[in-house]
Design a protein around this ligand. Sequence first.
Ligand SMILES: Cc1cc2nc3c(=O)[nH]c(=O)nc-3n(C[C@H](O)[C@H](O)[C@H](O)COP(=O)(O)OP(=O)(O)OC[C@H]3O[C@@H](n4cnc5c(N)ncnc54)[C@H](O)[C@@H]3O)c2cc1C
Length: 513
Amino acid sequence: MQTDVIIIGAGPTGLSLACQLIRYGVEFVIIDKKETTTPHSKAIGVQARTLEIYEQIGLADKLIAQGAIVEKVRMFAAGKVRGEAEFKNIGKGLSPYPYVLIVEQGKHETLLHDHIRSHGQEIRWQTELEGFTQTQAGVTATIKTADGKTETIEAKYLVACDGATSLVRHSLGLEFAGSTFERMFYVADVRLDWEFSHDALQVFLMKNSLLAFFPMVGDNRYRIVGTFPEEFDKDEGDVLYEEIEERIKTDTELKLEMTNVNWFSTYKVHTRHVDKFSVGRCFLAGDAAHIHSPAGAQGMNTGIQDGYNLAWKLALVLKGKASGELLNTYNEERLPNAEVLTRSTDRFFGLVASPEPFLVFTRLYVFPYIAQFLFSLDMVKRFIFPRVSQITINYEDQSLSQEHGSFAVHAGDRMPWFEIDGASIYDRLREPVFHLLVFFDGNTEIPPLPDDLMKEWEGLIDSTVISLYPNIAEIFGTKESFFIILRPDNYIGLISNDFSPELVRKYLARITR
Ligand SMILES: Cc1cc2nc3c(=O)[nH]c(=O)nc-3n(C[C@H](O)[C@H](O)[C@H](O)COP(=O)(O)OP(=O)(O)OC[C@H]3O[C@@H](n4cnc5c(N)ncnc54)[C@H](O)[C@@H]3O)c2cc1C
């Protein structure tokens, strides 16, 4: 069998990459050793950036319809409510999805799976990658099929979305440096009967543990995530559900009844990332490339963005519009992001669970009382939301980012969200092509692009002229005409107030060279 791209693993990363490749018309094969999508709730926090990406393929509303939005955060300490803060619209004005959506991973994967099938593609379940070789021309993967036969698949590229224990990563000999948390985490998906309303993320502030209840769709259904104390020394497989329930009751110091347990698990958390996201024609994405604490609900969302970054580059190279060099920018852009991600999730975990006396004091005796006030401040909302929602991830200072002029938004940033006459700017940015956006102040003389350039890029770039309304001028920090070349993943490639066609030519040549 021959194909352009073989995707190993059909978890959220592999499935969402397949959806992106469909968008670009790239031929692929996707395999997974499991029987089908996960039946468990696993990763439940879906961030705004993921929804923005899904909007482009018509999946955002469908996913939202199956989930619940976190309306508020309620903080407890020593069995008492210490503070409550609004969360629902925390990112108002920054994204069309100004919240965190809670959806079980099982439903999420099913939606992606259905999307893939509706485009005439099948996932090859119960099909395991056993090994692979690569040359300068392609990759040969050896797989074991559902009926126990061994087959080979020839592909031009391989993308490893095979999770934390990635066979591909091991075979490529890539480092996965980092550390392992001493404490054991537990997770339980239960019905919870107690006196508090079901619309809040409930956070329990303790001396040296983490405990949070996430409201899920369904009568009083919650995802509970917590940690055992450091002295708890059982192995992961030896913990009984009753011990988890006992721990939760002890830590909350509340009267609660847990029933209808859909799923529970215990696990050790590692913080690790690869030192390279690709070797030759093999690329890593998702947990195969980075793992970290679940604090902040970032892992799955990051894997989805890995694939989003890679897909358009693979598409251009496979269509012969760009050389293989473009693919080097995948590592260049995603590795620093993985480094920041592992550092920031560690720091966040420290803030919520560190036994360090100053942090314990702040967590128990200061934060709960000022949280409501803090969360009401625009300044605080504008600090928290962009970071958690992943809209602030950027590729500034990387080789595909160029800037001419002085702006408040930079080359390498995600295209900021705003409305024009009540309609989202993103409505104009759904096609999987480059977008030339001219923001016109009504005065500047703008030269047309040369015919030969337009011809060379026909079908790969569209163009729009937009009036430089005051809200747009404020976001970009300029009152004069400027233009943007937006990459197919809606990150700003070039931003400039110099309208020289040569600048555009040079920028696009950087992509194709
Ligand atoms: C309790 C918990 C809560 C979490 N909550 C969140 C959250 O709220 N938000 C968030 O963003 N993240 C969360 N995460 C992290 C998230 O679950 C992971 O980051 C995400 O599942 C990674 O997806 P993936 O597709 O990269 O890997 P995986 O989900 O591990 O999928 C890998 C797939 O590859 C397949 N595979 C492996 N080897 C082979 C092989 N040799 N051949 C064929 N197939 C193979 C496997 O069967 C599997 O289906 C949470 C994690 C945990 C443990």
